[in-house]
Ligand binder design. Structure first.
Ligand code: AHG
Ligand code: MN
Ligand code: MN
Ligand code: MN
Length: 335
């Protein structure tokens, strides 16, 4: 058996390399890890317990909330509030941001933005789902209640970001701005263990991922790029392969490891696409850039967008640098 390093050990080792680090981020990441284990346990037995299906209510996004959306949101909120390293949280499943009120929380310097359960409509059919998180340093003074401005920061100000994928195995992949590392959960010992050190996304890939059922509504640049992906050309290894799961975390994870592009463009009914800038696009953008890839809204860098609302959406092109750049060239020419 090779020498195993747990995520806890890995973070402590990294922290030792930064003498100014105070340990708060380490503790915050450990809360996320703990909540991920609890959510993982519930997801694994979803078919047995009465936790699949809808809550019978809509969230602020106008989506039918699944029971596991609510469960995952509550678990992560509780884990983040309990230790006091976070002064507030914003979530896809909450109408407004949540301010944590304990003096310990108010003194903390971080806020967390979260998609507690990504791809939740897939849970009923046993398809991989995920959790996406994003961490910023607050801009309001420590010791005071958290404010909206603390959450509306451009993605390039993220301190850390990551996701958990509850798949054929459960993994946690994260960055603190020094590369991307992945940890696989070993349920027999209850630990995330280092399995994917310093992940790099290939510059070119062969996979394109998009919900092509919306084709008729796509901008011309996307339509033309899709035709490019499907044309035969030996020199550029085309046609590419189409892969779309419908869980951003799973589609992103596959393309990160194998090379590829994921697109959720604007459509006539959704001028800014479907994906949420703060809970989905920015954290994945931070990860992909740290792995050597690119994230764009079709015309510019995702992480340079100044957010104006918590739940704002954006068109999204993410993945291998050369593929995203080519898609942007089609957007410039035809859209
Ligand atoms: P969520 O389950 O967090 O609301 O996110 C769903 C998102 C994302 O996971 C996925 O890539 C996309 O919705 C799929 O949308 P379509 O069904 O429109 O393809
Ligand atoms: Mn949702
Ligand atoms: Mn999502
Ligand atoms: Mn979600």
């Amino acid at each position: 058996m090779r020498n195993m390093i747990t995520m806890g050990e890995f973070i402590v080792k990294k922290q030792a390399e930064y003498p100014t680090a105070t340990g708060e981020l380490t503790s915050l990441l450990s809360s996320i890890r703990l909540a991920a284990k609890v959510v993982n346990r519930e997801i694994n037995k979803a078919g047995l317990a009465d936790i699949i299906g809808s809550m019978g209510a809509e969230n602020v996004q106008g989506e039918v909330q699944q029971k596991l959306d609510v469960y995952a949101n509550e678990r992560f909120k509780a884990a983040l509030e309990a230790r006091g390293e976070v002064c507030g949280m914003a979530s896809e499943e909450e109408d407004d941001f949540v301010a944590f009120s304990s003096p310990l929380s108010q003194n903390s310097k971080y806020v967390v933005l979260i998609d507690p359960l990504d791809g939740s409509t897939n849970i009923d059919v046993n398809v991989s789902v995920g959790t996406i998180f994003s961490i910023y340093r607050r801009v309001s003074p420590q010791g005071s209640p958290v404010t909206l401005a603390d959450f509306l920061q451009p993605g390039h100000r993220q301190v850390a970001a990551g996701y958990v994928i509850y798949g054929s195995s459960t993994m946690l992949v994260y960055t603190t701005g020094f590369g991307v590392n992945g940890f696989t959960y070993d349920p027999s010992i209850g630990c995330f263990c280092l399995s994917h050190e310093n992940i790099r996304i290939p510059q070119e890939g062969k996979i394109y991922s998009i919900n092509e059922g919306n084709y008729i509504k796509f901008p011309d640049g996307v339509k033309k790029y899709l035709k490019y992906c499907q044309e035969r050309d030996e020199a550029t290894n085309r046609p590419y392969t189409s892969r779309y799961i419908g869980s951003l975390v799973s589609d992103f994870h596959r393309n990160l490891l194998k090379g590829g592009i994921y697109i959720y463009p604007s459509g006539t009914n959704s001028p800014n696409g479907k994906l949420r800038l703060l809970y989905e696009c920015n954290p994945m953008a931070f990860l992909v850039e740290q792995a050597g890839g690119k994230a764009s809204d079709g015309f510019g860098r995702i992480m340079d967008i100044q957010p104006t609302a918590l739940h704002q959406r954006t068109p999204y092109f993410v993945g291998s640098t050369k593929m995203v750049e080519r898609a942007e060239a089609f957007m410039r020419e035809f859209s």
